[in-house]
Design a binder for this molecule. Structure first.
Ligand code: ARG
Length: 462
C-alpha cells in the first residue's frame, strides 16, 4: 500500500529515509490504544451520519480482529507500515475492504497519535502507581513491626543522633507518598482528549468530542485543537516525575548499599537481590540497588533529552514530536522494574538490630547533654568541653566523674548520669515529626489512612 500521504509525491523516497522516518518498531506497543481510539472514532462518525451503522459495525469488528492479531502475535508487519496508525489501517483494509478508508474522515495522525500516547500513558501510570503503593506499604509495615530497633542517624555521613530505624524507613515512605500524589495528579492532566482536533484546525464534521471522551474514559476534552495536537507537556511531566522518583529510589539505595557494607553491617540483602563476584568467593554485591542508583542517571537523560526536543518547536505538530515515545517507554519500563525490585529488596532485607545499637556512641548524646542545661546559656559550648574532656581522658563521656561535669558548669547534678540513655534521647524527640515512639506511630497511622482506600483503586486498574 502507498503511504497515506502518497498523493502529491512523484519521486521515490530514499529507502534510508523510509527507515529513518518509520516509528513502527517502537510505537507498535501502543497498538491497543490505537485500536480502541479508532473504534471510538468510528462510532463518533456514525453518530454524525458520516458512515452508516453497518459501516460502523464493520469497522469496529474489523479493528477487533486486528487487535486479536497483535494479541496473539500473528500481526504481519509490511515494509510500507510507517507507524502503528498506518499499520493498523492497512490491515483493516485487507480485512474489511474499502470501508476502511472512511475511518480516517476528519481525523489526522496528529490528533490520533496524541490520543494514543495519552491513553497508553494513562493506563501505564496507573500500574506504576500500584507498584508505588506496594512499596510504601512494605515500608510502613516494616516501620511498625521494627519500631524497637534503634540506630545512628547521620548528617554529613557522620554519626549525629540516635533515631529509630522506623523513622529512617518512613523518611523515604514520605518521599514516595509525595511521588504517588504527584503521579495521581499527573494522570488527570494526561487523561484529556485530543481526538477531534484534526490535523490542527479542528474537526469539520462536528464529531461529538464529549462522546469520544466518554467512550475512551477521558476526564475532559482539550479545548483548543492547536494545543491538542502539539502538547506533549504530559510526557515531559511524566519524565520529570520519573526522574524525581528515581532520585528518591537512588538515595534510598545508596543508604542501603552503605549500611550493607562490612564496615556498617546494619543490613543484609537477600540472596534473591544480590550477586556474587566471578573472582572473589566471599563477595555478595548489592547489584539490585546499584542498578537502581545507576538507572536514575539514564532516566534523567530521558527527561533532559526530551525537553531539548520540545524547546523551540514552532506551533502544532512537527515530526520532532515522534521523539516523544522512546524516552516515555524507557522511563515507564525502568520505573516499573525499579519500583518492583525495591519492594522485593525491602520485603526481604535482614536488619541487624544489635549491630546498629553497637554503633551508637556517647558522643551522639552531646546534644542531649547540652539540652540538660537548658535554659542556661552556652550549653552547646559546655557540652563541647565535655566531649573534649572525654577524648583527653580516653573515656566515653558517660565515664566522666560528676566533679568533672560540675567543673564545667555548677548546674550539673548526679542525675546527669541519666543522659547516657539512647532510648531516652529518642523518646525526648516527641514533637510532631520526631523519632519518638509516639510520633513514629503517628506517622504510621497517617500513612496507613492515606493508603487505605488506594488499595481498592489499584485493584480496579488490573
Ligand atoms: N508516527 C508519527 C508520530 O509518532 C505519527 C504522526 C504523524 N503525523 C504527521 N503529520 N506526519 O509522531
Amino acid at each position: 500500500m502507498a503511504q497515506l500521504w502518497g498523493g502529491r509525491f512523484t519521486g521515490k523516497v530514499d529507502p534510508l529515509m523510509e527507515a529513518f522516518n518509520a516509528s513502527l518498531s517502537f510505537d507498535q506497543r501502543m497498538w491497543k490504544a490505537d485500536i480502541v481510539g479508532s473504534q471510538a472514532y468510528a462510532k463518533a462518525l456514525a453518530k454524525q451520519g458520516i458512515i452508516t451503522s453497518e459501516e460502523r459495525d464493520a469497522l469496529v469488528q474489523g479493528l477487533g480482529k486486528v487487535a486479536k492479531e497483535w494479541e496473539t502475535k500473528s500481526f504481519q508487519v509490511k515494509p510500507s507500515d510507517e507507524d502503528i496508525h498506518t499499520a493498523n489501517e492497512r490491515r483493516l483494509g485487507e480485512l474489511v475492504g474499502s470501508v476502511a478508508g472512511k475511518l480516517h474522515t476528519g481525523r489526522s495522525r496528529n490528533d490520533q497519535v496524541a490520543t494514543d500516547m495519552r491513553l497508553w500513558l494513562r493506563d501505564e501510570a496507573r500500574v506504576l502507581l500500584g507498584h508505588l503503593y506496594d512499596l510504601i506499604r512494605v515500608a510502613v509495615d516494616r516501620a511498625e513491626s521494627e519500631i524497637d530497633i534503634i540506630m545512628p542517624g547521620y548528617t554529613h555521613l557522620q554519626r549525629a543522633q540516635p533515631i529509630r530505624w522506623s523513622h529512617w524507613l518512613l523518611s523515604y515512605a514520605w518521599g514516595w507518598q509525595a511521588d504517588a500524589i504527584r503521579l495521581e495528579q499527573l494522570i488527570s492532566r494526561v487523561n484529556q482528549l485530543p481526538l477531534g482536533s484534526g490535523a490542527l484546525a479542528g474537526n469539520p464534521f462536528n464529531v461529538d468530542r464529549q462522546f469520544l471522551a466518554q467512550e475512551l474514559g477521558f476526564e475532559g476534552v482539550i479545548q483548543n485543537s492547536l494545543y491538542g495536537v502539539s502538547d506533549r507537556d504530559f510526557v515531559a511531566e511524566f519524565l520529570f516525575w520519573s526522574s524525581m522518583t528515581m532520585i528518591h529510589l537512588s538515595r534510598w539505595s545508596e543508604d542501603l548499599i552503605i549500611y550493607s557494607s562490612g564496615e556498617f553491617g546494619f543490613v543484609t540483602l537477600a540472596d534473591a537481590y544480590s550477586t556474587g563476584s566471578s573472582l572473589m568467593p566471599q563477595k555478595k554485591n548489592p547489584d539490585s540497588l546499584e542498578l537502581i542508583r545507576g538507572k536514575s542517571g539514564r532516566i534523567f537523560g530521558d527527561m533532559s533529552g526530551f525537553l531539548m526536543t520540545l524547546k523551540g518547536l514552532p506551533s502544532t505538530y512537527n515530526k520532532d514530536l515522534q521523539e516523544d515515545k522512546e524516552p516515555m517507554f524507557d522511563a515507564a519500563d525502568n520505573l516499573s522494574g525499579c519500583l518492583q525490585i525495591s519492594t522485593g529488596v525491602l520485603t526481604t532485607l535482614k536488619v541487624h538490630a544489635a549491630k546498629m545499637k553497637q554503633s551508637l556512641s556517647n558522643d551522639m548524646l552531646a546534644t542531649d547533654l547540652a539540652e540538660y542545661l537548658v535554659p542556661f546559656r552556652e550549653t552547646h559550648h559546655i557540652a563541647g568541653h565535655a566531649v573534649r574532656l572525654g577524648e583527653e581522658h580516653g573515656v566515653p563521656m558517660s565515664q566522666l566523674k560528676l566533679e568533672d561535669f560540675q567543673k564545667l558548669h555548677p548546674k550539673f547534678e548526679a542525675d546527669v548520669s541519666q543522659v547516657w540513655d539512647y532510648e531516652k534521647s529518642i523518646e525526648q524527640r516527641c514533637a510532631q515529626g520526631g523519632t519518638s515512639r509516639k510520633t513514629v506511630l503517628e506517622q504510621i497511622s497517617n500513612l496507613r489512612a492515606w493508603l487505605g482506600d488506594r488499595s481498592d483503586k489499584k485493584r480496579k486498574v488490573h
